[in-house]
Write a protein that binds this ligand. Structure first.
Ligand SMILES: NC(=O)c1ccc[n+]([C@@H]2O[C@H](COP(=O)([O-])OP(=O)(O)OC[C@H]3O[C@@H](n4cnc5c(N)ncnc54)[C@H](O)[C@@H]3O)[C@@H](O)[C@H]2O)c1
Length: 431
């Protein structure tokens, strides 16, 4: 039976390798569409949680996981042997940077080696991890053809970038258009058939390299525009202009302008990291990706700038940083999610501690934080607890924060997110 027929009849068995922010929602989408899905992760704790019907990803409910596990349509495991029974395999493992800001593709290689080990005729393999153009062709294809199988005939290989936006209630896995580029036209075709079973819109492109580049362009676009917003904020500060008012007014233009906002710096697994995958690849081709490097520098210095604003806020009350009590509001990298990866709040916290401040944090979504060698607990937001601080730094504008209470209770506030928009007080220092 052809893979297309199996997909249409839901008798094909998809496998998803890497059950994190990207892989878990995808696996659950496949299961909800009626497939029996193998979910493979090397983290035994995650697999155990899923088996018990517990989700650790905000956009996936425990109810859905429990229901799919109970129905036998989602089978979480640490055992790669199940790959031998799968018809399609999506690889959703991390792609971090190493210490020198070069791509660390070791997770992709480890997952692809397992796929190669169990590869069987007719299988479709799709890489979803964000990576530099050429990864699918140059790294994965040789591993899969090592035993003599021909791509596009004996097995199929494609790249399809993941665009998930954690915490976005409007756009989730099922209604975010999916770009797909195969090694051969047949690979693209079959990969599109898989996604069309569960996703509303599929966008085929001519190659894996195009698909890989699409994702990096999208994230570089964000990084560069946020860099421009941050530089504009620094300039406006010098000129005594409110950057937030400028951006809001510019955003009334119905064409040719898209608002991006300044902030304490970039966070998450994507925007601070992905553009460097592209600049690394560019360097190998003797090309200098100047926008990427510049945006990286500007965005990377924002936590230091925030600390300078804290110094200014304390100065207004004749306080030194050393010995001051400072509260960082929000340690997740963006509002209304619990992900602290690469969060600029952590840089701010560390920089302030290096200067001798006593720093705590509050975050309704992150009750416990293991950072800089110790476990910290979130401070509850009450008038009494807030009044102990010389300065609060608004780093993440979670909806759960009561800004009026914050402003009324602390001695000064540095607002890096315009959370106190419209409020007036000599206590406020805006970015
Ligand atoms: N988080 C996002 O918002 C987002 C959005 C778009 C794209 N991406 C990209 O998707 C990829 C995955 O990101 P994520 O946020 O889901 O990461 P994650 O860390 O949340 O999840 C990755 C999972 O893979 C597992 N893993 C690591 N090595 C493995 C291996 N060899 N075999 C099986 N499992 C393994 C980890 O235990 C983890 O559970 C990255 O390339 C990222 O850049 C992430």
């Amino acid at each position: 039976m052809s893979l297309e027929t199996r997909l249409a009849r839901r008798t094909a068995r998809p496998a998803v390798i890497g059950l994190g922010y990207v892989g878990l929602p995808l696996a659950i989408e496949f299961a909800k569409a009626g497939f029996t899905v193998y979910g493979i992760d090397v983290d035994a704790k995650k697999v155990e949680a899923l088996k018990k019907g517990r989700s650790y990803v905000g956009d996936v409910s425990s109810r859905d996981v429990a229901e799919m596990v109970r129905a036998g349509r989602f089978i979480p495991t640490t055992d790669f042997k199940v790959l031998a029974k799968a018809h399609t395999i999506n690889i959703c493992v991390p792609t971090p940077l190493n210490k020198t800001k070069d791509p660390d593709v070791s997770y992709i290689v480890a997952a692809a080696e397992q796929v190669a080990r169990y590869l069987k005729p007719g299988q479709l393999v799709i890489l979803e991890s964000t990576t530099y153009p050429g990864t699918t062709d140059e790294l994965i294809l040789p591993l899969l053809t090592a035993k003599g199988g021909r791509v596009g005939k004996d097995f199929y290989l494609a790249f399809s970038p993941e665009r998930v936006d954690p915490g976005n209630a409007q756009f989730q896995t099922h209604n975010i258009p999916k770009v797909v580029g195969g090694v051969t036209p047949r690979c693209t075709e079959i990969a599109c058939v898989l996604y069309r079973q569960t996703l509303e819109t599929v966008v085929p492109v001519s190659s894996t390299r195009v698909a890989e580049m699409v994702k990096l362009l999208e994230n570089t676009f964000r990084s560069v525009n946020i860099g421009l917003a941050n530089e504009t904020a620094l300039l406006c500060e010098r000129l005594g202009i409110d950057v937030w008012e400028v951006i809001d007014a510019a955003a009334t233009k119905p064409f040719g302008f898209m608002p991006f906002y300044p902030g304490p710096g970039l966070g998450g697994h994507c925007i601070p990291i992905d553009p460097f995958y592209l600049s690394w690849k560019a360097k190998l081709s003797g090309f200098e990706a100047r926008f990427i490097e510049l945006a990286g520098q500007i965005n990377g210095h924002m936590p230091e700038h925030v600390v300078r604003r804290v110094v200014e806020a304390l100065n207004r009350n004749s306080r030194a940083v050393k010995g001051s009590r400072i509260l960082v509001l929000g340690v997740a990298y963006k509002a209304n999610i619990d992900d602290t990866r690469e969060s600029p709040s952590l840089d701010i916290l560390e920089l302030l501690e290096e200067l001798g401040a006593k720093v705590d944090y509050a975050d309704p979504l992150v009750p416990r934080l293991d950072f800089a060698g110790r476990t910290r607990r979130a401070v509850p937001l009450t008038k009494a607890s807030l009044s102990r601080y010389d300065c609060a730094v608004i780093a993440t504008a979670h909806e759960g924060f009561d800004w009026r209470l914050v402003l009324a209770s602390v001695k000064s506030v540095v607002d890096t997110r315009n959370a106190l928009k419209g409020m007036k007080s000599p206590k406020i220092v805006r970015l």
